[in-house]
Design a protein around this ligand. Sequence first.
Ligand SMILES: NC(=O)c1ccc[n+]([C@@H]2O[C@H](COP(=O)([O-])OP(=O)(O)OC[C@H]3O[C@@H](n4cnc5c(N)ncnc54)[C@H](OP(=O)(O)O)[C@@H]3O)[C@@H](O)[C@H]2O)c1
Length: 242
Amino acid sequence: MDTTTKTAVVAGGTGGIGEGVVQAFLSAGYCVYVPVREKDPSERLKAFVHNPAGLRFLPADLGDDLAVLAMRDRILEEVPEIDAVVVSVGAGYWGYRLHKMPRTDWDDSIQDNLATHFNVQRVFIDQLRRQNSGTFITLVGPEAEHIRPDAGMVSIMAAAQKMMTRVLAEESSDTSVRVHAVTVHTTIHTRSRGENTNREWITARDLGEYVAALVAERVPGCDRALHDLKDHWQLQSILHPG
Ligand SMILES: NC(=O)c1ccc[n+]([C@@H]2O[C@H](COP(=O)([O-])OP(=O)(O)OC[C@H]3O[C@@H](n4cnc5c(N)ncnc54)[C@H](OP(=O)(O)O)[C@@H]3O)[C@@H](O)[C@H]2O)c1
C-alpha cells in the first residue's frame, strides 16, 4: 500500500448508516477497515460502494474485547497509523414500557449498544493516544435527547453513547486526538428505507461526506466535541457553502 494512503476504521460499516461513511472515506482515497461478524454481510457492502479497492474486511465481533484488540493488531500489521475511527453501531429494543422490558432484552441492549462502543473506544482511543493523532467519531441518533414512549431504551442507549464520547473528548484534551459526537436530528435515509419520502431527512451518503469532511477539518467547529446536524438543508449548506 502507498504509505501516504490514509486509514479509517468504520465500526458498524456493514450497517445502513455505516455504509454511507465507508463510501465517503473510499471516495476520499482512504483505505477503510470494516469489522464483520459471523453472519458476514460484506457482499452487501461491496455491492453498495462504487470503488471497493480500498475496502478491507476483518472478522471481529465488537462485543468481544479480545476480538477488537486482535482487529487493531491486524490493521497495524498493514499500516503504521490509523487516521480516523468512526462508530455507527447499535440495535434498537422497543415495543414496551421500560418497566415491562424483558431482562434478556436489557442485557442484549447493553451488549449491542454499550459494550461494543466501550470495546472500540478502549482499544482505538488508546491507539490514537499512542500516535498522538487521529480523529474518533461516534454517530448518535436524535433519541439521545428525546423520549418516545415504548422506545425508552433507545434513548437511554443513545444518551449513554453520547456521554461516553463526551467523556473521551474531555479526557483527550491533553492530546492532539480529536473526539466528536455527531448527533443527527432526522431519521437517516438508508438503502433499507427505499425511496426517500421526506426531503428533510439526511441521507447516509451525505452524513458520510460530513464525517469525512470533519476528519479533514473542512467543516466549521472542528475543535468542538459536539456536532449537531438538524436536517438535509443545514447539512447541504455546510457541505456546499456559498
Ligand atoms: N438519526 C438516526 O437515526 C441516527 C443517527 C446516527 C446514529 N444512529 C444510530 O446508529 C446505529 C446504526 O444504525 P443503522 O441504521 O446503521 O443500523 P443497522 O443497519 O442495524 O446497523 C447496525 C450496525 O451495528 C452492528 N452491530 C449491532 N450490534 C452489534 C454487536 N453486538 N456486535 C457487533 N456489531 C454490532 C451491525 O453489525 P452486523 O452487520 O454484523 O449486524 C451493523 O453494522 C444505531 O444505533 C442508530 O441508533 C441513528
